[in-house]
Design a protein around this ligand. Structure first.
Ligand code: AHG
Ligand code: MN
Ligand code: MN
Length: 364
């Protein structure tokens, strides 16, 4: 492949920083370390079984289970470790939190501490690893309170409980046919493709925008009997197609890798729903607020899309715990707003009835 004149991620970050002459460079250094972690994970994912990386993580007494009660894959554990090792040393972080760690991670004593918090899902969609379907890493960067920065004290859960609107940056890497890094620093969304020859992320998708309308939606239909009425109504209306109230046909997609669904939606529009449902009263939603909903929500909003709990904008939600789960709806603005409207208004009788009619796919 010939060398192109595209910007590298490093060049992009340096040019962005010129807008803030007082900036220390810590933030850029952190993003570059995260990008290096993603490159390392991309290699491990690409080697798959050849690297001995497939299957469940073996721990003493059998497999290991994370704080969510989910079986950890070898690559979940390895990716978590790569994120930590690549970012802990540089003096940019006050602490970290991850899907795979119950408690906040403290920067070891031999390293300086900094002003940012890194929150991540080291490998999203990891049930797809063994079947060779796209997975990714999701990250969110927050500022730590000035008091913590000044004292350098250990971080606690409360330090991370900041709403999505406080994020300084968010992004994800997608390990698909190509490896891509999608990044927002609060000034739009830019996409980079990993050049495997140079080992550099190159700016290939500047200023990504999500189309406002769509004819594609993603939801795990096996949960339909647990959905709340507004979600049932929305899906039923989509499925009714051209002859229904929407007057157009819809397509469905479900990859079971939220990061891959987010990427499809960034590229061509769509709506993703993992709504709050009645499946398990202890789990108000499947996905996690701090390292799934917030970073992906920030990216969507920065690209002109929308992210919501179904009822309120995701970016305004005040977190209450590190591993909090939440209903998540994101994607093309007009569709997400419609779903929010359905939650806000009492469902009209005529649009509920088809749900329970004998011919409905989703009757109870
Ligand atoms: P993770 O692999 O980080 O635990 O996340 C998996 C998530 C998300 O990526 C995906 O949308 C969802 O789980 C799939 O859930 P279902 O198995 O219920 O479809
Ligand atoms: Mn995940
Ligand atoms: Mn994960």
């Amino acid at each position: 492949m010939p060398l192109t004149h595209r910007s590298t991620l490093t060049q992009f970050l340096i040019e962005e920083r010129r807008r803030f002459p007082g900036a220390s460079g810590d933030f850029n250094a952190l993003i570059l370390d995260v990008a290096l972690a993603c490159k390392a994970i991309a290699r491990a994912v690409a080697f798959g079984d050849l690297g001995g990386f497939l299957g469940n993580h073996a721990a003493e007494g059998g497999g290991s289970v994370n704080v969510q009660g989910e079986t950890q894959k070898k690559l979940d554990v390895l990716s978590n470790d790569v994120f930590i090792r690549r970012t802990e040393w540089a003096g940019n972080l006050a602490g970290m939190a991850s899907e795979e760690m119950e408690l906040p991670y403290q920067i070891p004593g031999q390293f300086p501490r900094g002003k940012y918090l890194l929150v991540f899902d080291p490998l999203d969609g990891s049930s797809n690893i063994d079947v060779n379907v796209s997975v990714g890493s999701i990250f969110s960067v927050l500022r730590v309170a000035k008091e913590v920065e000044a004292s350098g004290r250990d971080v606690v859960e409360a330090d991370f409980l900041q709403p999505g609107s406080s994020q300084v940056a968010a992004g994800y890497a997608l390990y698909g046919p190509t490896t891509m890094l999608i990044l927002t620093v609060g000034d739009g969304v830019n996409g980079f493709t990993l050049d495997p020859n140079l080992g550099e992320f190159m700016l290939t998708h500047p200023k990504i925008t999500v189309p406002e309308d769509t004819q594609e939606f993603a939801i795990n239909a096996s949960n339909s009997r647990f959905w709340e009425a507004p979600v049932k109504r929305y899906v039923d209306e989509c499925l009714a197609g051209k002859t229904g109230p929407r007057g157009k046909d819809f397509n469905t997609r479900w990859i079971a890798s939220m990061v891959a669904e987010a990427h499809r939606i960034l590229m061509r529009g769509g709506v993703f729903m993992y709504p709050r449902d009645t499946k398990d009263a202890a789990k108000p939603g499947r996905l996690r607020l701090l390292y799934e909903a917030n970073p992906v929500g920030f990216i969507m909003e920065q690209a002109g899309g929308r992210a919501s709990t179904g009822e309120t904008p995701m970016m305004g939600v005040q977190p209450t715990s590190l591993h909090q789960r939440i209903g998540l709806v994101f994607g093309s603005k007009n569709e997400v707003e419609r779903i929010e409207r359905y939650h806000a208004e009492p469902a009209p009788k005529e649009s509920i009835e088809p749900l329970f009619s004998p011919r409905s796919l989703f009757r109870d």
